[in-house]
Design a protein around this ligand. Sequence first.
Ligand SMILES: *Cc1c(COP(=O)(O)O)cnc(C)c1O
Length: 419
Amino acid sequence: MDLEFDRKHLWHPYTCATSPDNSYPVVSAKGSVITLSPDIKLVDGMASWWSAIHGYSHPILVKAVQKQAANLSHIMFGGLTHEPAIELGKKLLEILPKSFQHIFYADSGSVAVEVAMKTALQFQRNNANLKRNKFLTIKRGYHGDTVGAMSVCDPISGMHALFSGYVLPQIFVSAPPLGFDTEITDEDFAEISGIAEAKQDEIAAVILEPIVQGAGGMRIYSPQYLKKIRDLCDKFDFVLIFDEIATGFGRTGKMFAFEHANILPDIICVGKALTGGMLTLSAMITSAKIAEIACKNGLPLMHGPTFMANPLACAAAKANLDLLTSWNWKDKILSIEKTLKDKLSPLKNNPKVADVRVIGAIGVVEMKEKINVAQFQVDCISRGAWIRPFGKIAYIMPPYIISQKELEKLVAALIFAVR
Ligand SMILES: *Cc1c(COP(=O)(O)O)cnc(C)c1O
């Protein structure tokens, strides 16, 4: 592999082009194992950023893509439709509560967030709330790297502080307190309800990541908070958007994270695990009510990605969701959760560790100091694991199909690296 070319010419995510970080060459990946070379094989702790839930090169997913590629790899979605889009749509509605009725396919998570924001604004326009142009959200969130999505990421600790003069200012409140079981008091909720009341004529929608805030700090919070958010949105007629791009499709132990709270958002965004890591695809899905008002009097939604509803990606996603619903993934996630809790919790006694949090197939170790990523990776690789930390956060979220032995290897590598 011409790694010299890679260093010189290929920009990697969140890096500097002219002084790049080290990138390890991958030759193949199968199941939960990433192969760097015949003698360097790593257990995957990242599921390629939440996406490869069934591991790599799963024969059923490979077959679905091959079959689709030979028949119809891409076709414009304007004025045309196809079986993969329709069958995937049916499957999505089948696994979602009945209130969800309208699906907009896009090509990445960030774009699904943009589409959700535009749809919420269009809803408010058609509801005669012409001045409602702002989004209310919580700090420490992450919603993607396009401009609208950037505007609702944490403005300071998020990744986009440099662009503050470019990105529209939105309305931020403190993130909910940490802990799935933490009681949410009226006091915890006072700031957001005060701001909602004061700025109700400006706010079109509330957008947040339910239960787990991902790239903004891997923060797990209480479903009670979401219940209070639902009430707030009902009171002021705000559209409620849940960004389930990271949490969707089982990762937290429920098919969707909002199920922990027993409430329904108006719009959800899904992506990442949707195709099981085979191809890029996302979707924004709305309730019947939102679509009805947003599209009142035949008003179209002016959005249409070139690769909207790409048949290859839809076929991969349909096969992936069929696969997901064909086995007892819930028990598997519970067993991963138990191992992560048992093995990671003792790290709380390590003086360098600030916190340990686990939900579903997500294990998080927050350090007191910023992690030296390069050294951390060398340590993990020496113990046969692929784990990539950010900031003070080291975390693992393996493919669901990981074996107990592989999971224990991952955890041991993590513990070794934070030692
Ligand atoms: C990754 C992520 C996005 C952005 O998705 P992309 O496919 O990278 O554009 C948006 N929201 C959340 C919660 C994410 O984790």
